[in-house]
Design a protein around this ligand. Structure first.
Ligand code: GTP
Ligand code: MG
Length: 456
């Protein structure tokens, strides 16, 4: 989105569904005059021009010589109703890539401009249909990797984050107003002026900090956690990997060194999106390709949020593995490793409560392992059920700016001038206003909306 000061009356069009063959595709159009433009290339112009808001009109889109391009149903939305708050029409057609291509070309021919990514949502924001936290939630809903992430974004779309922030902002504005009154007082009467009450700010500060702390949790649900399965060759890593995914994804064999490179796949553990990595088994490899595979796998393990370290339960840990276990289960290990004894169906010894016995053949122990993983992952990002969660770094930074400003005010009461205190209070209010989009610059809008997909 190069220029945000562009003319928002310019009618735009874009495919809102993914490219490719599908039963139905949706092309979205929006902007004043879009009904007229469409009527020029529609088989039933009068029906379309006379269509009520939120109604469907059936017909054909026509090419320049009046021949039908595609059979369509047009969903009409009059301003200020509909998603963007502008006059808009959704075109439902067959999901045939060549048909869609012809239809879009025709729309651009009759005067529609190609929409930039996120432009429909930007218009909804500019027309006051949604605030910025809701706009960001729309992008997150589309990207959501698990149902929990989806639920969080849906919650934000309903405006829960906006309401929390707005309530905090109003309390700061009240204090700011009482300080600003003093700025207008003539000097000689200042002593009679009412003293502002700063006490509510401590509570607001606490809430702002708590909201900022939810960022880690939001990040976990939005971006997911990296979980690596590591261990010596033949420990049963690929077997467990496949068991998690419920598919035969990674090659399993009794030959040592079967997996030579790492393999990744997405799954969900207790609602948390998890990127699971099967890695190359550890041993003194001779072949340079295997050595490289082990080196790359080592990097994956280092970067993982959680490592499932597998030990063949029928042979038990090697001396090296015993010391790894001792290191990683110590206080400094910080719970990044879970030790798993494999082949529990063949009978294996579990000598430590922290170790989980699993069988990839019977599935025994998988449930316990998943619970333990969920506990470890959510310990890194404690769950705050039902409360709004901040999951964009932009929002978190602004909350932190607000906290610093409030702290400066609370520490400065009594020693700093009313003017200085008012400035910090204003900064705190502005920071919150930037989160919801009341105070915002073109740069911020661009960085948010350019992350959207086309047609949204
Ligand atoms: N009985 C039994 N056999 C298992 C279990 N898990 C793995 N195996 C067998 O152990 C052998 C090695 O399993 P893999 O999953 O390929 O082991 P890996 O750790 O991925 O091995 P590399 O890729 O060589 O590092 C295979 O023959 C599996 O069928 C288990 O829980 N029980
Ligand atoms: Mg393997």
């Amino acid at each position: 989105m190069k220029d945000l000061s562009y003319d928002t009356d310019r009618p735009i069009a874009a495919l809102a569904t993914p490219w490719g063959r599908s039963a139905i595709a949706v092309v979205r159009t929006s902007g004043e005059g879009c009904l007229d433009l469409l009527a020029r290339t529609f088989s039933r112009p009068a029906a379309l021009s006379g269509a009520k808001s939120h109604s469907l009109t059936y017909g054909h889109m026509l090419d320049a010589s009046g021949l039908p391009i595609e059979q369509v149903v047009l969903g009409v939305f009059h301003a200020p109703r509909g998603y963007t708050g502008e006059e808009s029409v959704e075109i439902y057609t067959h999901g045939s890539p060549s048909g869609i291509q012809r239809l879009l070309s025709r729309l651009y021919e009759v005067g529609f401009s190609e929409a930039a990514p996120g432009e429909f949502t930007l218009r909804a924001f500019l027309n006051g249909k949604i605030d910025l936290t809701e706009a960001e939630a729309v992008a997150e809903i589309i990207d959501a990797k698990s149902s929990a992430a989806h639920a969080m974004a849906m919650d934000r779309l309903s405006g829960s984050l906006f309401r929390s922030i707005d309530a905090l902002k109003k309390r700061i504005v009240e204090v700011l107003a009482s300080v600003e009154v003093l700025l207008d007082y003539p000097e000689e009467e200042l002593l009679d002026a009412p003293e502002p009450d700063f006490a509510p700010l401590s509570e607001v500060l606490h809430s702002v900090e708590a909201l900022s702390a939810t960022f880690q949790e939001g990040r976990l649900y939005r971006e997911g956690a990296k979980v690596a399965i590591a261990g010596r060759t033949n420990a049963g890593k690929s077997s467990l990997f496949n068991l998690f995914l419920k598919e035969d994804r990674s090659i399993v064999s009794d030959i040592h060194g079967t997996t030579r490179d790492y393999i990744e796949a997405w799954t969900t553990i207790a609602g948390i999106p998890v990127c699971l990595y099967d890695t190359a088994g550890l041993r003194d490899a001779g072949h340079p390709v295997e050595v490289e595979g082990i080196r790359r796998s080592g990097k994956v393990v280092d970067a993982a949020d959680l490592v499932l370290y597998l030990i063949d339960g029928t042979t038990g840990p090697s001396p090296d593995e015993f010391s790894l276990l001792a290191d990683q289960t110590s206080a400094e290990g910080q719970g990044r490793y879970i030790f798993v004894m494999t082949r529990s169906d063949l009978g294996c010894q579990v000598w430590d409560d922290g170790v989980v016995a699993v069988s990839a053949v019977t599935g025994q122990g998988l449930d316990r392992l998943q619970k333990k993983m969920a506990k470890c992952l959510s310990a890194k990002a404690p769950l705050t059920s039902g409360e709004p969660v901040v999951d964009s770094l932009r929002q978190k930074r602004l909350l932190d700016r607000c906290s610093s400003a409030l702290q400066a005010v609370l520490e400065g009461v009594g020693s700093r001038s009313w003017d200085e205190l008012a400035m910090d209070l204003k900064d705190a209010v502005d920071a919150l206003g930037e989160i919801t989009g009341e105070v915002t610059s073109a740069d911020i809008l661009e960085s948010i909306f350019s992350g959207f997909c086309l047609g949204k």
